[in-house]
Design a protein around this ligand. Sequence first.
Ligand code: G16
Length: 543
Amino acid sequence: MSHITIATTAFDDQKPGTSGLRKQVTIFQQAHYLENFVQSIFDSVPELKGGTLVLGGDGRYYNDTAIQTILRMAAANGVSRVLVGQDGLLSTPAASAIIRKYQASGGIILSASHNPGGADGDFGIKFNGTNGGPAVESLTNTIHQNSLSITDYQITDSADIELSELNSHQIDGMTVEIISPVHDYAELMQQTFDFPAINALFEAGFRLRFDAMHAITGPYAKHILEDMLGAPTGTVINGTPLPDFGKGHPDPNLAHAKELVAEMFSDNAPDMGAASDGDGDRNMILGNNIFVTPSDSLAVLAANATLIPAYQDGLSGVARSMPTSCAVDRVAEKLAIDCFETPTGWKFFGNLMDADKITLCGEESFGTGSSHVREKDGLWAVLYWLNILAVKRTSIKTILHQHWQEFGRNYYTRHDYEAIDNAQATSLMQELENKLEKLNGQSWNSKTVLQADNFHYTDPVDHSVSTNQGIRILFDNGSRIIFRLSGTGTQGATLRVYIESYELSPDKLHLDTQAALQEYIQLANEIAEIKKYTGMEQPTVIT
Ligand code: G16
């Protein structure tokens, strides 16, 4: 067995997006493509030499091939120990927990999150740092720069490692420990929540349906919900991770978790429904015949934090991404804690958590989390809701309605226009930018634009500046229209339009969301001339 240096030529498309490098599988299958990016990570993170690396993925197609390549490259790049999930599996939040627990120098997570899998689907790779969180922008920029100038990479010619047994192996002086993907994470959940109270809730007949969407959370959910907490067998559906996610789209939202949504809006609906995505960091929460928007979920979790053992002393602060609704801001105001507004991307929360400026954070894109790890965490959010329900012993609908009664309701929707032409998408955003000055102060039906800008963020901890983070149109009545291009798609461009209005009067708290926002939806279409640039009459997905 020996180290080999392989000559390569750089690819010009290895710039990480909102969350790592995501491309179609066929792109990753090009000769040297994966290796170039992995070598660029090793070259950008010198601490990995002699350090511990955590490695695993969501089990999608190409996961197993990539893991073996990365193990060989880790050995050749001088990594001392790799902790790899059994069968190459690790959910994103579990990887974050394991990096932190074992004080690893970092982790490589293989996933394209909620994007479809299979040979004709997507694959992805991201690096998480020693705090367990996604690489910050300065590091992803360095990785990208290295990928542009790479001329060779290091690898061993060792044989594949058998990953199905919890065992230890050596590759050229590097130790490979195959660990349970579930154990450490389950222990952390047990330390965070009141498991006996949740167990009593299930014993009292509480009905949960958890849709793992044939993705990574299945084994975690079965072990924690069914084995540890006593939920009946069958509570978890689609619980076996499959390389193509059963040909589904593992995105826990109203459009893609169809089976679950149908059951939750039926006459015999369970008390609670939940789903998580490809790599287990996203969540969707439903009650009997009610959908909880991710923005509302974050607000409810924040408002009820002291019911949870880990947060019983209160929250240091909260944060949300800019396009996420302002529902949590109102809770923060009442609790007299800070509320930070960050750009889209979980990586922006890490510094705030490390500096203990926030305990909880969340995003409209079905992500909620806390400082227990440095990633969003799907199953954690489900357990949080279960813990609240175990204490309150009332329905999700009642909790939500009482929340709106107390704080008012932020009606909220996101309209996505997917796979549009890149040039058209850029023109649409450019044209919006050109209109900003004119929009400031403009009025429609007695609503006046207070501020129209392109959002930028100065990190309060390291003072780094991120510009061009989305066009905001903020009205004087608290309503907002936001436009940005997705950083996670792999085909063409995706325009996201986020629309929000705030309602406090008790007789207007229970309207249909799309109807309540109709006026703003129309305005957004007019201002951005969406039809003209996309050629589409309707969004492809509404969440
Ligand atoms: C990733 C990021 C999130 C972001 C989401 C959507 O989630 O981690 O912070 O909100 O993408 O990003 P975009 O609007 O740019 O597509 P995930 O679950 O895909 O890793």
